[in-house]
Design a protein around this ligand. Structure first.
Ligand code: AHG
Ligand code: MN
Ligand code: MN
Length: 359
């Protein structure tokens, strides 16, 4: 009955055939998948596993660490350090990159990951995930922090796991975005969602509206128009979702379209966004583009951002192509001072730039 199903390993052998360094890349992705299976088992045990709750420590970004954040981080490192495939790893939970221990040989890839995304949701039994990005390291010396600062467009592979009612792994090696479902009984990831394509139009958006007072005018304009629905400029009703696990939002968008925004805001001027460039925004944007979607900071294609530091944050807007393009246009119009009057301080009551005054 299971004959003919495409497992992750079989799929990778087929997809990577003929690509230089492919055997190592395939083997690394299989090691990542092994870590994902272990993390899936831990999250699925819930309160019975004794893994829930806070650890009582903070990570480099000042965020409270959950026990599962640290356990998932350790699982990923143990699963990927020994095989001679990576030269080093970097993680949301580690201040500095993790060098491969001297007893293991060094490989030609760098692995960057968010071991548990949406970890505030573990205690409430809502979907969480793991996000990863694979970069090249073609030098013989061990990687320094600078070697990880590569723009998203040069990633060789990226993916995420979602630990929901089913555990799924969604990956790209630059040849489309493909989804696998974990068959728990036999322990294999099976190709169930080949060549995912995000619908180019959508009527569903996701943003944390509790931050509305900190948003920039183009984001206000977009959300206000969505909320106005049929009676507003968009002339149709929109729906809204917010799970607080980016992986789960992105998964929904890959399945049925939508827009996700964690944009630049003025909440903390030291942080240009909420999400981290190297291990959240870059891998997710690679998957989104490979599925026909679009990902931007508002100002530029996300995959073109040149990283400046390991834990750098970035504004992120992604999803259905036409809708993201519209939000980018709103940013450009605002920068040029030609956006709608209610969104721009230039167009206040007393301003000579009021649109009526220019007619
Ligand atoms: P992490 O758990 O790795 O810190 O990431 C959580 C992220 C992301 O998954 C989610 O979209 C966002 O933080 C939620 O932020 P809010 O709590 O501000 O809604
Ligand atoms: Mn995260
Ligand atoms: Mn995390």
């Amino acid at each position: 009955m299971h004959l003919g199903r495409t497992t992750l390993s079989k799929f990778l052998i087929q997809q990577l055939n003929g690509i230089e360094g492919a055997t190592d890349l395939g083997a690394l992705l299989v090691d990542v998948a092994a870590a994902v299976k272990a993390i899936s088992a831990m999250t699925a045990k819930g309160a019975l596993g004794g893994y829930l709750g806070e650890l009582g420590s903070k990570n480099i970004q000042g965020e409270t660490q959950q026990k599962l954040d640290v356990l998932a981080n350790d699982v990923m490192i143990r699963s990927c350090e020994w095989g001679g495939l990576v030269a080093g790893m970097a993680s949301e939970e580690l201040e500095e990159p993790y060098p491969v221990p001297v007893e293991y040989s060094r490989g030609r890839y760098l692995l960057v990951f968010d071991p548990l995304d949406g970890s505030s949701n573990t205690d409430v039994n809502v979907s969480v995930g793991t996000i990863f990005s694979v970069l090249r390291h073609d030098q013989s010396q061990p990687p320094a922090a600078n070697d990880f600062l590569q723009p998203g467009r040069v990633q060789v592979a990226a993916g995420y796991a979602i630990y929901g009612p089913a555990t799924m792994l969604v990956v790209t090696v630059g040849k489309g975005t493909h989804g696998f479902t974990l068959d728990r009984e036999i322990g294999n990831f099976i190709l169930t969602h080949p060549n995912l394509q995000i619908p180019i139009d959508t009527s569903e958006f996701a943003i944390n509206t509790s931050n509305a007072r900190f948003w920039e005018p183009p984001v206000h304009r977009y959300v206000t128009e969505c909320q106005a629905g049929k009676t507003g400029d968009r002339e149709r009703d929109f729906n809204m979702r917010w799970i607080a696990s980016m992986v789960a939002e992105v998964h929904r968008i890959l399945m049925r379209g939508g827009v996700f925004m964690y944009p630049r805001d003025t909440k903390d001027l030291g942080k240009p966004g909420r999400l981290r460039l190297l291990y959240e925004a870059n891998p997710i944007s690679f998957l989104i583009e490979q599925a026909g979607g679009r990902a931007t900071t508002g100002q530029q294609r996300l995959l073109d951002v040149i990283p400046e530091s390991l834990h750098q944050r970035v504004p992120l807007i992604l999803g259905s192509y036409n809708e993201v393009a519209r939000i980018e246009r709103y940013h450009a119009e605002h920068a040029n001072g030609v956006d709608r009057p209610y969104t721009s301080p230039l167009f206040n009551e007393r301003s000579m730039f009021r649109p009526e005054a220019r007619l």
